[in-house]
Design a protein around this ligand. Structure first.
Ligand code: FAD
Length: 460
């Protein structure tokens, strides 16, 4: 049989893409070994939006996460409670099993060896053919590995399990001289505790072995050291490569790199799973469009390629900001240097100016135009208008989930930020105020919008 889509890899990206494409009427086969990492991970509240996309309102039986307890660049903890609901703390074995269970179509329990442009060769000698192949095989990267561009800063994660009770609903994060430590509760009274280190900067003593190195790194922390005093890790110390990477290409004529197969975010963001599921949703939309409307195949594939590159840059930029706050040690300084299409200082200033002003009279800069570009409508890629302005990334339709074209259209009509926020949320997919304010500030910082308020309010 020749399938419409062969999905290689049964992690979050693969299960999500397979589920969506099967639900949209395509013949799908999911290829994967059914194995998962021992890791515990923290998922942000926005994961719930993606779960709704695959038809789950509120997953049962998962531990809730209330936010982060952060010791970042200072000894004073900062409680960062999530503002937009709760996230989750998950054991990847259980989480992956749960997502796989949402897909009820054909599965092949096997590993893929490679793709020759027509068929996917499995390790047991079989070949599976499909009109499209989605590489969702994670860091392993059946196809993606050859197109990979690694970040210059190499990150290794050393992780152990501990019997400690502290902050049961919080992910703990601490920056220290040579890296950062991170801890996720796994179950009542037990947490995984990890250290992320850069082998080029840290004083790792390789000959000592993994456990000694791990304990050596933990001894450089303050809050974590205190929490773990007099205790020992249970069982072995795991080691994972956590170096970031992107790809030179994310899509070809009949293949797409999805989730970690295409790019890997700094784990500090805690957005890896969310990004993998979002990437899977977009890949499903692209493949669905190509199968239903072959005349739009090229448009859809190049849209995917551009978007995935952009997503990586956006996340990288946000993480770089965080590194910038951590301290002036080389470990952080090297990671804070990322180019942006806007300067964060300008965004902060734009927001401060908006707060100082008594009202809004937003004008769209004369240089701003519209151009036809690929965009998403429902579960298809279509050609539609997008914002075009000097310095603005081509076709960028959403910034942090906010539809910028819609926002720019509405901006001149409102006399106060809260009015604009409400008006936007009435007509677009609602977002929280902090995100909305941040994107409005980006548009001002980039010179797309200018606040010319000097008279009374205009009303909405
Ligand atoms: C140390 C560390 C900590 C992290 N912490 C977090 C966190 O707190 N929160 C968060 O959201 N993310 C975190 N991440 C990132 C997160 O784990 C990934 O981004 C996410 O798992 C990506 O999902 P994926 O489906 O693309 O890939 P994966 O989860 O890697 O899934 C790939 C799947 O493909 C299968 N596979 C591999 N090779 C083949 C093959 N040849 N044939 C068929 N199948 C194959 C594998 O068995 C696996 O099931 C962390 C990552 C690391 C390394």
């Amino acid at each position: 049989m020749r399938w419409d889509v062969v999905v290689v890899g049964d992690g979050p990206a693969g299960s999500t893409a397979a589920r969506l494409l099967a639900a949209w009427g395509h013949a799908v086969v999911l290829v994967g070994p059914g194995a998962s990492s021992e890791r515990a991970e923290s998922l942000p509240p926005s994961i719930r939006r993606l779960l709704r996309v695959v038809g789950v309102e509120e997953p049962g039986g998962l531990a809730r996460s209330a936010g982060n307890l952060v010791y970042w660049g200072t000894d004073e903890p900062r409680m960062e409670a999530f503002q937009d609901g709760h996230g989750f703390h998950v054991k990847r074995t259980a989480w992956d099993h749960y997502l796989r269970g949402l897909y009820r179509g054909e599965m092949i329990r096997a590993k893929a060896k490679g793709f020759d442009g027509r068929g996917v060769a499995l390790e047991d000698g079989r070949v599976v053919e499909g009109r499209f192949v989605l590489d969702c095989s994670g860091r392993r990267g059946m196809l993606g590995k050859d197109m990979r561009v690694l970040e210059p800063n190499r990150t290794a994660c050393l992780c152990g399990m501990w019997a400690v009770a502290g902050a049961p609903e919080y992910t703990m994060i601490e920056s220290y001289g040579d890296g950062w430590a991170w801890s996720v509760p796994v179950e009542e009274g037990r947490r995984q505790v990890a250290c992320m280190v850069d082998s080029a900067v840290t004083r790792l003593v390789r000959q000592q072995g993994r456990t000694a190195t791990y304990r050596g790194e933990l001894s450089k922390t303050r809050a974590f050291s205190k929490m773990l005093t007099g205790k020992s890790p249970e069982g072995p110390i795991w080691g994972w490569d956590a170096t970031g990477y992107t790809s030179t290409r994310f899509a070809g004529a009949n293949w797409l790199l999805v989730g970690d197969a295409g790019s890997f975010l700094d784990p500090l963001s805690s957005y890896g799973v969310r990004k993998a599921m979002a990437s899977a949703w977009l890949a499903a939309v692209v493949v669905h469009t190509a199968l239903r409307h072959p005349e739009r195949q090229e448009l859809a594939l190049s849209y995917y390629d551009e978007r995935e590159k952009q997503v990586y840059q956006n996340f990288r930029r946000r993480t770089a900001q965080f590194w910038g706050e951590a301290g002036d040690h080389a470990f952080y300084a090297r990671r804070a240097e990322v180019e942006a299409f806007y300067r964060q200082a300008d965004v902060v200033e734009a927001w401060a100016a908006l707060r100082r002003a008594d009202g809004l009279r937003l004008k769209v800069a004369e240089s701003v135009t519209r151009e036809v570009h690929a965009g998403i409508e429902g579960n298809e890629i279509v050609a539609r208008e997008a914002l075009a302005a000097p310095g603005w990334p081509r076709g960028l339709q959403y910034v942090q989930g906010v539809d910028v074209l819609k926002l720019v259209e509405m901006a001149p009509q409102c006399g106060q930020v809260p009015d604009l926020f409400e008006a936007y949320n009435r007509t677009a997919q609602p977002v929280e105020l902090s995100r909305f304010a941040s994107v409005l500030s980006v548009l001002i910082a980039c010179g797309v919008l200018r606040n010319e308020y000097n008279q009374g309010n205009q009303g909405c």
